[in-house]
Design a protein around this ligand. Structure first.
Ligand code: PGA
Length: 317
């Protein structure tokens, strides 16, 4: 399970470049300043260390029993026309039957997508308000998402944690509310580059998991997405071994802190620069139960390749 240092070293010595939005022009809000220093830190670290700590107890390798799950997070991308083309490509793609497939368009295109995409693919939102809708300017309620036919919502994504400044307890409350209204939650966790360098990868993931665990009454309708922040949108994917190592640790945490049943059933999906070329090797890992895909989900045929990497899982099993 543990990655060899040579494979880690060859992988980690690659320079890390991350596109960052131009935040200077947006003023001096505290969360944006914090974000700026986060990006500065990411840019100033071109090597990852090999110091990620191991879980404090022996890891029980226990692959999930859920169905493979692939989500496409379109983020803040697209126009009516480009989304129409993407939907048409997805509608004509051959998708393996034994995979849950979900796409998360920007809010303003959810209705267009729901009205034109095959029923084979479910719709997720990229965020939701923490409680019932009302006088919350600029927010979108769970009730409204359900009204449009959404089945899922992505919560705790690192771009919302580190750019917008959402905190663990707020994310936990959002998850609890969405679940209480019947939406499924794609619950994202993952460490920053400097946290990995400091050997805190597992601690950070456990703390983020605990915030969900403290808030939600049940894990039945939750998919966990492990997305190391240094791998998101950078083209720098975690090695299969790095991803597997954290997935096992997450499952182990759930076994010890929630229940063996939840640990066994829950889907733990990987996100961070997944594409058509690297998905097969990742999918072979025992504890990788699917993917949350950003950039590559904007290309229909490539997203279909990622969905269909579930077949590697069967071969590997
Ligand atoms: P990426 O994004 O595939 O573009 O790295 C993944 C995500 O943020 O969910």
């Amino acid at each position: 399970m543990a990655a060899t240092s040579s494979s880690l070293a060859s992988h980690l010595s690659i320079g890390l470049r991350r596109h960052s939005p131009k935040l200077d022009s947006l003023g001096s809000q505290p969360s944006l300043s914090a974000t700026h220093s986060f990006f500065d830190t990411v840019h100033s670290n071109l090597r990852l260390s090999l110091t990620a700590s191991k879980p404090s107890r022996p890891v029980v390798a226990m692959a999930g029993t859920g169905k493979f799950f692939v989500g496409g997070n379109w983020k803040c991308n697209g126009t009516k026309d480009s989304i129409s083309k993407l939907v048409s490509d997805l509608n004509s793609a051959k998708l393996e039957a034994d995979v849950d497939v979900v796409v998360a368009p920007p809010f303003v295109y959810i209705d267009q997508v729901k009205g034109s995409i095959t029923d084979r693919i479910e719709i997720s939102a990229q965020n939701s308000w923490v409680g019932k809708g009302g006088a919350f300017t600029g927010e979108i309620s769970v009730e409204q998402l359900k009204d449009l036919g959404c089945k899922w919502v992505i919560l705790g994504h690192s771009e919302r944690r580190h750019i917008i400044g959402e905190k663990d307890d707020f994310i936990g409350k959002k998850a609890a509310y969405a679940l209480s209204e019947g939406l499924g939650v794609i619950a994202c966790i993952g460490e920053l580059l400097e946290e990995r360098e400091a050997g805190k990868t597992f601690d950070v993931c456990y703390q983020q998991l605990k915030a969900f665990a403290d808030a939600v009454p049940s894990w039945d309708n939750i998919v966990i997405a492990y997305e190391p922040v240094w791998a998101i949108g950078t083209g720098k994917v975690a090695t299969p071994q790095q991803a597997q190592e954290v997935h096992v640790a997450v499952r182990d945490w759930l076994k010890n802190n929630v229940s063996a049943e939840v640990a066994s059933k829950i889907r733990i999906i990987y996100g961070g620069s997944v594409n058509g070329g690297n998905c097969a090797e990742l999918a072979k890992q025992e504890d990788i139960d699917g993917f949350l895909v950003g950039g590559a989900s904007l290309k229909g045929p490539e997203f279909a390749t990622i969905v269909n990497s579930a077949t590697e899982k069967k071969v590997a099993a």
